[in-house]
Each structure stands twice: as structure tokens, then as C-alpha cells.
Design a protein around this ligand. Structure first.
Ligand code: ZN
Length: 160
């Protein structure tokens, strides 16, 4: 069986920021599970999955525009400390959840003042080139529920 639209794929990955420090390794936990063809994972990664088989191992290099997009400098803003959820004493570099007019957003703390905090709502990997080492573990047909929900069900996917 090969990966095509409406197959459910489980895979392990190791993610590196090209020229940087950031790494992520799914082999420490459950494999990732996604429904192919519904943009449930990064578009550039999904495109590289098409036609692969169980046991395939490959490396995908993604420029920022195929990963988390370019950095937006306007995404750095100053907000009152009290808008941070459950973080009375944030540290620089910490990822926090912030109440905004548009609902709750995740942001990185840039600067902490006495009453305000500067936060950056860019994705931490915005503007970065990434490299994924991928190993395909399983491929199966999606259930009708999964296709109508547009995501995969089970450990590593949506559980609801
Ligand atoms: Zn669902």
C-alpha cells in the first residue's frame, strides 16, 4: 500500500532546524498519525509523503515558506502581564498562552517588564529552514469518520 489521499499514515520523525539548535524527536513517544490529503501536517512534508510505502526512510528539507512561513516582525507586541494565562512570572524565551481579542494564542516571551510583557506570536520555527528524517511505520485506509472529520483517529492522532 502506498500513501495517497485518504490513507492514514503513522510515522516517526526527527526534526532539525538547519544551522540552528532546535530539534524534535518523535521516537521518544507515540508516532505521528495523520490523514493524507487534508493538510494535517506541514504542506511541504505532506507533499514528500505521497507515494511512499511502509518502511521507507527519507529526509525532507523544507525552506521556511514550505514549513512555518516567514517571520512577521509585526507579531511582536506588548501586553499586560495579567493577560498571560497561569504565568505570573514568565521568563524570556518561555512559551506562554495569552488572552487576546482574537482568543487564546501561544507566544514566546521576548522581554519582561514590571506590568507588561513583550511577546512574539510568530511560530517559534517561523523563518527557519527545517530538515525532517522520516520513517513510515504504517499505512491504512481511512475510516468514513476520519474522512468526514478530516483527521486521523487514534494514538498520535485525534482522540475524542
Ligand atoms: Zn475526529
Amino acid at each position: 500500500m502506498k500513501i495517497e489521499n485518504n490513507t492514514v499514515v503513522s510515522f516517526h520523525y526527527q526534526l532539525r532546524e538547519v544551522g540552528g539548535d532546535y530539534t524534535e524527536d518523535s521516537t521518544n513517544g507515540d508516532p505521528m498519525l495523520y490523514l493524507h490529503g487534508h493538510r494535517g501536517i506541514l504542506p511541504g512534508l505532506e507533499d514528500a509523503m505521497l507515494g511512499r510505502s511502509i518502511g521507507d526512510k527519507f529526509t525532507v528539507a523544507l525552506p521556511p515558506e514550505d514549513a512555518y512561513g516567514p517571520r512577521n516582525d509585526a507579531a511582536v507586541q506588548r501586553v499586560p502581564l495579567k493577560h498571560l494565562i497561569n504565568e505570573p512570572r514568565p521568563r524570556v524565551g518561555q512559551i506562554v498562552t495569552v488572552n487576546t481579542r482574537n482568543g487564546k494564542v501561544r507566544a514566546t516571551v521576548v522581554k519582561v517588564g514590571r506590568f507588561n510583557v513583550d511577546i512574539d506570536t510568530n511560530h517559534p520555527l517561523a523563518g527557519k529552514s527545517l530538515e525532517f528524517d522520516v520513517e513510515i511505520l504504517q499505512i491504512r485506509e481511512a475510516t468514513m469518520d476520519e474522512v468526514s472529520h478530516r483527521h486521523a483517529h487514534g494514538p498520535g492522532g485525534h482522540q475524542h
